[in-house]
Write a protein that binds this ligand. Structure first.
Ligand code: SF4
Length: 352
């Protein structure tokens, strides 16, 4: 690990001024950043600890029923907030399917949005990686790539975004509030993460020194509360990143889908959502045929980036499964295995 300066600012403005210096990085819980520093992938000259800024730790309900979540709210605190879990159940389920109880207790909302890819070659300094070192190549292509992207990838990078949390957030049209050297601004969630294109090293829309201060979920998303699920397929039952995940949300009226939201995770460098797939569900009854058609539209652009053609069919089935479970209704209590496609809703509460 390289030597670095450690600062603990007293205000958001102080933090932003300090972070304007190139080589600076914000420190939240550090559940991803510190791991990367230990193996030499991240080498900040200056760490700015933003965990002690109280204005970043609130969950605030707005008059219209939307919610504003401070960037330092812990994943567990958000998932177990009763009103939040009741209003945005797919988000709570996604949060509880991620990592371990210890990590969820520490990890923050802001950090979760910006976690780095788990591509093994990105994390190995001896491997070529355009994301870590532009122009060096991509050892994942032609390497071990069965979990890599099937959508939105380029010849320069085939990595996926590993976040569970981001998948239902994309479906709910979340808004990211940012403060930076030039003041405050908002970023639509769909614009936060970048597809690799020719510049895989540009992972998100934030400029140097910009700090995520909050995340907003519009009140509109509450209309899906009765029929929302997040489903995550992984190689072991818990404490594993998704191979493919999916968030499905339906607003039902008289047995017909009035509005639908559908997003896939771990298939691209950002959550994957296609407006035409959602539009195809609207006005339909919740049938296997309607779900299969929407899944086909969602996966229309999919192509293998290596030994991962199987993920295309898997993603199709996860989309259909998430829609099917959502159409049956949001469970009254969190399933014992949140997000597991194999979980029965036993009535047991999940124990963190
Ligand atoms: Fe790096 Fe992307 Fe290639 Fe992985 S897939 S080695 S992150 S360039």
């Amino acid at each position: 690990m390289n030597r670095f300066e450690f600062l603990r600012p007293a205000s958001i403005r102080e933090a932003v001024v300090a972070a304007a210096e190139p080589g600076s990085a914000y420190l939240g819980a550090g559940t991803n950043l510190l791991d990367l520093m230990k193996i030499g992938i991240a080498r900040p000259d200056r760490l700015i600890d933003v965990t002690r800024l109280p204005e970043l730790s609130n969950i605030e309900w707005q008059d219209d029923g939307g919610v504003r979540i401070g960037a330092m709210v812990r994943n567990s605190d958000l998932a177990y907030d009763e009103r939040f879990a009741r209003t945005f159940p797919a988000v709570a389920e996604a949060l509880l399917s991620g990592a371990s109880a210890q990590l969820r207790n520490a990890a923050t909302v802001g950090g979760n949005l910006l976690q780095r890819t788990r591509c093994a070659y990105f994390q190995d300094l001896a491997s070529a990686c355009n994301r870590r070192e532009p122009g060096s190549g991509c050892d994942a292509k032609g390497g071990e790539n069965k979990s890599h992207a099937i959508l939105g990838w380029s010849d320069h990078c085939i990595a996926t975004n590993p976040s569970d949390f981001c998948v239902p957030l994309s479906a709910l049209d979340a808004v990211v509030e940012v403060e930076g050297p030039d003041g405050t601004r908002e970023i639509a969630f769909s614009d936060l993460h970048m597809l690799p294109g020719d510049t895989p090293q540009v992972e998100h829309a934030l400029a140097q020194g910009e700090l995520i201060t909050a995340l907003r979920l519009p009140a509109d998303g509450a209309a899906f509360a009765a029929n929302s699920r997040y489903i995550k397929l992984r190689e072991r039952t818990s404490y594993a990143f998704a191979v493919v995940s999916g968030a499905a949300m339906l607003e039902m009226k008289d047995g017909v889908i009035a509005r639908a939201r559908l997003s896939l995770g771990s298939v691209a460098a950002k959550p994957w959502r296609v407006a035409e797939a959602e539009a195809a569900l609207e006005g339909e009854e919740p049938t296997p045929q309607a779900f299969a058609k929407a899944a086909d539209i969602l996966l229309a652009g999919a192509r293998p980036s290596g030994d991962n053609a199987y993920k295309i069919e898997l993603a199709r089935r996860i989309a259909v499964r998430a829609l099917t479970l959502a159409s049956r209704g949001t469970p009254q209590v969190m399933p014992a295995l949140p997000a597991s496609p194999f979980s029965t809703n036993s009535g047991e509460s999940h124990v963190a």
